[in-house]
Design a protein around this ligand. Structure first.
Ligand SMILES: Cc1cc2nc3c(=O)[nH]c(=O)nc-3n(C[C@H](O)[C@H](O)[C@H](O)COP(=O)(O)OP(=O)(O)OC[C@H]3O[C@@H](n4cnc5c(N)ncnc54)[C@H](O)[C@@H]3O)c2cc1C
Length: 496
């Protein structure tokens, strides 16, 4: 069985590997000059590693982690402590630190720890808002699907104080979804909370131990070549040809024809909808591709001549163009030696994407000085703004129902990629791998008369309920009691 995989991002690479393992003859074509799509990296002319964007891994990326295991590259992820730093004006740091405590005590501890130094909103207001919000999150999890109808902002307004919780959450919401809270589906964020909520372990974050191009893409390409697969760069699919309910071939770079028995699109929805024939849009399945709206992001790397911090996990900041970032000289000291190298994600980037690189860099440099005063005396060695291969789709309320299933109504056409249907998330690397695995599972069943069991189902809600049946329910009660006591003590203290 000959398979043509169109698009060499994370999902296309994983699909090619899965199909080779199932015994298909695979050709993987990619429009760009490098493989990896959004999860890629390269070296600049100074030999410095440039990431397409800062990527973090989470322990609940169970399918991605087992895919890395299959390739023998799990050691290419460095795991850090469960800590998220809120860098505030004047260099004040507040830390959301998840201790290894039974759930949900770990979350209560983390918030209490954050509140010690968090000054954006009065502490008592945060404490008073946490309880109702926790309750709202727990109750809504049972009916997670329904929460896709409302925005995260509406969800927060229903359960707690918007004024209090928005500043706390907005950097994470923007960093994770590239979409502000008033536009993002509540389901998307609750899905994420749920995973963080079930165990302290889940809030650890991992970084690629080097560039993703090197630690992930190169290993995939080596595997594909070793198994006899063909790969080619600079081959943009420009038309998908269909007849009699089947794909009959594709046009590449406008003129070259390629044929196969089955075709997998691992391209973005924006590319795919441009190359499908008009008649495909008679089907709602393909028409829905036009509902996907692009949420832009940018990435910027800044090298300083000295250390501005020794923190080796991610930072969040409010009121900065960048909201999620890390000092990679601490995360990967063997790669980025010397002074701080901040790698920042600017998301959503609607407001700045039209500005010249220099203006964006100047904005970031000024804002770094506000949250890291040591930067005022530091020299900037260089900076790079990365605009290519950016963005995700905007997970507006209601978008879940428009994500296409991997088996299309066209007999020999399958769709994969992080935007296609999966319950794991609205996008991201775990979604890219889950959808690649599911595509191969379907092809095995539909075309190869065999069975492939590739995806592991991770059930955080069941896990939480199982855990809470026993000891952890006590932990929850103890946590709520502790919250109440602290709150009372502080009010008393204030009144004295
Ligand atoms: C700034 C940023 C930060 C991110 N951070 C994280 C993170 O911390 N954690 C996380 O899990 N995820 C993160 N992601 C998301 C992650 O990068 C994606 O989920 C993942 O890379 C998606 O892979 P994909 O294969 O589905 O899509 P893509 O990587 O978009 O792959 C699609 C491929 O198709 C190719 N293509 C397009 N058109 C054609 C054509 N006509 N012909 C041939 N080929 C074509 C493209 O060039 C591309 O290589 C981030 C993304 C960005 C942009």
């Amino acid at each position: 069985m000959k398979a043509l995989v169109m698009g060499g991002g994370m999902s296309g690479l994983a699909t090619a590997i899965n199909l080779l393992d199932l015994g298909c003859e695979v050709t993987l074509i990619e429009a760009d000059e490098i493989f990896g799509g959004r999860a890629s990296s390269w070296l600049d002319s100074d030999g410095d590693m440039i990431d397409n964007a800062l990527h973090v891994f989470m322990p609940y990326y169970v399918n991605l982690l087992s895919f890395f295991d299959r390739l023998g590259i799990s050691g290419n992820i460095v795991w850090k402590d469960s800590e998220f730093y809120y860098a505030q004006k004047g260099g004040r740091m507040a830390v959301l630190k998840f201790k290894r405590l039974p759930a949900p005590l770990h979350a209560v501890y983390a918030f209490m720890n954050l509140l010690k130094d968090y000054r954006e909103v009065p502490r008592w207001k945060v404490l008073a808002s946490l309880g109702p919000m926790g309750l709202g999150v727990l109750l809504s999890m049972r009916d997670m699907e329904k929460t896709d109808r409302i925005s995260m902002e509406s969800f927060l307004a229903k359960w707690t104080s918007l004024e209090v919780m928005r500043p706390l959450m907005e950097p994470a919401i923007n960093g994770l979804t590239f979409t502000p809270s008033h536009q993002v589906s509540a389901r998307v964020m609750l899905n994420w909370f749920l995973k963080m909520f079930v165990s302290a372990e889940n809030s650890r974050i991992g970084f690629a131990n080097g560039g993703l191009g090197e630690i992930w893409v190169d290993n995939c390409l080596e595997y594909i070549r070793r198994k006899g697969g063909q790969v080619a760069l600079g081959k943009a699919v420009t038309a998908i040809e269909m007849e009699g309910g089947r794909v009959t071939g594709v046009k590449v770079n406008g003129s070259e024809s390629m044929t196969a028995d089955l075709y997998v699109s691992a391209m973005s929805p924006y590319s795919l909808r441009r190359v499908l024939p008009e008649k495909a849009f008679e089907l709602a399945y393909f028409r829905n591709l036009w509902r996907f709206q692009y949420a832009p992001s940018l990435s910027i790397q800044i090298w300083y001549d000295r250390k501005l911090t020794d923190v080796d996990v991610t930072f969040f900041s409010n009121d900065c163009v960048f909201n999620t970032y890390a000092d990679l000289s601490n995360v990967l000291p063997h790669v980025f030696e010397g002074g701080t190298m901040f790698e920042m994600v600017i998301s959503p980037a609607d407001a700045v994407q039209g500005l010249p690189d220099q203006t964006i860099a100047d904005l970031c440099l000024e804002q770094v000085k506000v949250v890291f005063p040591a930067a005022r005396d530091a020299a900037v060695k260089k900076w790079r703004v990365v605009r290519e291969r950016q963005g995700v789709y905007r997970p507006y309320p209601g978008m879940e129902s428009f994500r296409p299933y991997q088996r299309s109504p066209i007999d020999n056409l399958y769709l994969t990629g992080d935007y296609t249907r999966t319950h794991v998330s609205s996008g991201g690397m775990e979604a890219a791998i889950w959808t690649a695995n599911h595509t191969a599972e379907l092809i095995a069943r539909d075309k190869l008369e065999t069975c492939a069991d590739l995806n592991v189902e991770y059930e955080p809600y069941e896990r939480l309920m199982r855990a809470n049946d026993s000891m952890d329910l006590l932990a929850l009660l103890a946590a709520l009691m502790a919250l109440f006591l602290v709150f009372r003590r502080r009010r008393k203290h204030r009144n004295l």
